[in-house]
Design a protein around this ligand. Structure first.
Ligand code: 2P0
Length: 328
């Protein structure tokens, strides 16, 4: 059977996915909206091969084992079931994400795997079907099938929960400036973190209600290129997500003192007329939703309060690309 390679880019959510209505099928409690990023992506090639006695998975040229390997095998099993195949696969994946940036997410990984594995298995999926498949690997991967601004409609079933494009060509000035916070707190993975919060935070139901209620406003902000509305909705949504974690039982927190310094700095810069808003995911790094024209002013302000932090800029990026063979 033929080898196929796919390239999928990471995405950052402006309205977050943080909890599941169905853990087996990964149906979320909220509709989420994201921006796909150009600079960070995963390339994955897949070949189903009758000579293999088990799946072989290489990440950045090293063989993968343990839980990460098992997760990929479970995903390949879904592909095999849909394609009515019993053959094992050779999977080779390369992450083009600076490790320190903390942007290495399962989103680009499972989107690229969904694209290459489904093609290699002979499935010709529509973009919506591919998004549904990627979702089964990792929820946020459903959004990395598409470029630009993307909305993952939560739906209420496997058939109805998938992402769609809101705005593929982002021809206005918006970037995500990731501020790399070095004092990493104890790692709690997204899957475990969201599950614990959903089960124990008294604020969880309100978070779901508020996020779903914000969807139409965020759609309008994107359609109107309304930077201020987009940024303030995104920052509020991120802070609400993190508030569910700090009110879980027992509580946990992805954010450090340095994260809060950056969040506060964004507010101070806004008072000075620089449009910048913060969003944070399952880690201490803060992504500043900002304009390229303001990069210098922002990095100078950061350097003044946090002299040793680095920043990585990312601009809007494309949807998944799939090619026959290994070349992209
Ligand atoms: C998001 N995150 O919307 C949210 C915000 C992290 C914080 O999607 O359990 O790795 O594999 O479906 O996709 C990270 O969660 O979780 C995530 P699973 P995933 O981007």
């Amino acid at each position: 059977m033929r080898e196929y390679t796919a390239r999928a880019h990471t995405n950052i959510a402006l309205l977050k996915y943080w909890g599941k209505a169905d853990t087996d099928f990964i149906i979320p409690t909220t509709t989420s909206i994201s921006l796909t990023l150009d600079e960070f992506y995963t390339d994955t090639s897949v070949k189903f091969d009758d000579d293999l006695v088990q799946d072989q998975v290489f990440l950045n040229d090293a063989p993968l084992a343990g839980k990460s390997y098992d997760k990929i095998v479970r995903f390949l099993d879904i592909v095999r079931q849909e394609a009515q195949l019993s053959t094992h696969a050779l999977v080779k994946s390369t992450n083009h994400v600076p490790t320190a940036a903390g942007l290495a997410s399962s989103a680009s990984a499972f989107a690229a795997l969904a694209g290459s594995a489904s093609k290699a298995a002979g499935l010709n999926l529509t973009p919506s079907e591919l998004s549904r498949l990627a979702r089964r690997g990792s929820g946020s991967a459903s959004r990395s099938i598409f470029g630009g601004f993307v909305e993952w409609q939560r739906g209420d079933s496997d058939e109805s929960s998938y992402a769609k494009v809101l705005q593929a060509d982002v021809d206005w000035d918006i970037q995500l400036l990731t501020v790399i916070i070095n004092d990493q707190p104890k790692k709690i993975d997204s899957r475990g973190g969201m599950q614990h919060t959903q089960a124990t935070s008294p604020f969880y139901a309100q978070w779901v209600e508020n996020t779903n209620a914000a969807v139409s406003d965020m759609e309008a902000a994107i359609a109107q290129h309304d930077f201020e509305k987009l940024g303030s909705l995104a920052e509020s949504n991120a802070l609400q997500m993190h508030a569910t974690n700090t009110t879980a039982n027992p509580p946990f927190n992805y954010l450090t003192d340095q994260s809060w310094t950056v969040i506060q700095l964004a507010a101070t810069l806004r008072q000075k007329g620089i449009e910048v808003y913060a969003t944070m995911d399952a880690g201490p790094n803060v992504k500043l939703i900002s304009k390229q024209q303001d990069t210098q002013a922002i990095t100078e302000a950061l350097a003044a309060s946090l002299p040793n932090v680095q920043t990585v800029a990312a601009t809007p990026g494309p949807g998944i690309q799939i090619v026959k063979g290994a070349k992209l």
